[in-house]
Design a protein around this ligand. Structure first.
Ligand SMILES: C[S@@+](CC[C@H](N)C(=O)[O-])C[C@H]1O[C@@H](n2cnc3c(N)ncnc32)[C@H](O)[C@@H]1O
Length: 250
């Protein structure tokens, strides 16, 4: 049996290749428009669970300070290797969202994109994460994040196998859904410069949360206002929304 790596470790060098069809630029325009609405004065910005930096690096507005962290050192290594192509010099560090090493009341706007918070597998952990973001935000600061819905994890990811084939990369996505948790086993075959394929295996897990549950947790944490939108819109989520965007104002 092939060794299965911890999530976002051995996959890190291939993450951007796997995500090449994701429209990060449009996504960040949406995030920026929400920041404009709630914290137009924002001078510093934080990317929570930034991965290889595709959120932060697609921001248009010039902030005074860019901050980003992720639990995976391997993802951050890729992020750092891309910085030479950009003008910004973000502060990047390894950290878990449940214990953020940032001073209280110091951040104007924080965001977390691409269902990173679904990686927290219990409401207790999700609330811990909300508590930490709340602590580091200034009064009036905003936290914007998205989550996969229970619907998408159950009905779309479901329990199945999907294969994607490109010239230099074959990926196999095996999912199993049970009790709100989706287990995703990713296998990659990556063609090296010698023409030989390298195999990489990782196990990812995401938990689905009900929208009311997330909004209630945000309120319990102390956020003065919390909103949920169908992803990339300003309309309420529907029964069959795949991704929900949340906005929490301190
Ligand atoms: C799907 S990736 C998204 C990365 C990036 N935000 C993007 O849009 O490309 C999920 C990221 O969440 C990070 N992550 C998962 N659990 C975390 C935690 N508890 N604290 C910090 N980062 C975490 C993973 O390491 C991974 O980089």
């Amino acid at each position: 049996m092939k060794k299965i790596s911890k999530n976002y470790t051995s996959i890190a060098p291939y993450y951007d290749m796997l995500m090449r069809r994701v429209r990060y630029r449009d996504w960040m325009r949406y995030i920026e428009s929400i920041i404009e609405m709630h914290a137009p004065y924002a001078k510093n910005i934080l990317d929570v669970a930034c991965g290889t930096g595709n959120g932060l690096l697609n921001l248009r507005k010039k902030y005074k300070l860019y901050v980003a962290f992720d639990r995976s050192l391997d993802m951050l290594r890729v992020f750092k290797s891309k910085l030479k192509f950009y003008e910004i010099e973000p502060l990047i560090f390894v950290a878990d969202v449940r214990k953020i090493p940032i001073k209280s009341q110091s951040i104007d706007a924080a965001f977390s994109i691409f269902d990173s918070l679904n990686n927290l597998l219990s409401p207790k952990d999700l609330k811990k994460a909300f508590g930490e973001v709340f602590r580091i935000l200034k009064d009036g600061g905003v936290f914007i994040f998205d989550m996969n819905t229970t619907y998408v994890l159950r009905e779309h990811w479901g329990t199945k196998t999907r294969i994607e084939e490109d010239e230099d990369l074959i990926s196999i996505w095996r999912t199993r859904y049970k009790n709100r948790i989706s287990e995703l086993h990713i296998t990659l075959f990556v063609k090296g410069s010698d023409g030989k394929y390298v195999r990489v295996d990782e196990l990812h897990m995401e938990r689905g949360y009900d929208i009311d549950e997330v909004l209630a947790l945000l309120k319990e944490t102390g956020f003065s206002n919390a909103y949920a939108y169908d992803h990339m819109t300003f309309t309420p989520p529907k029964e069959d929304s795949l991704r929900v965007n949340y906005v929490a104002v301190k």
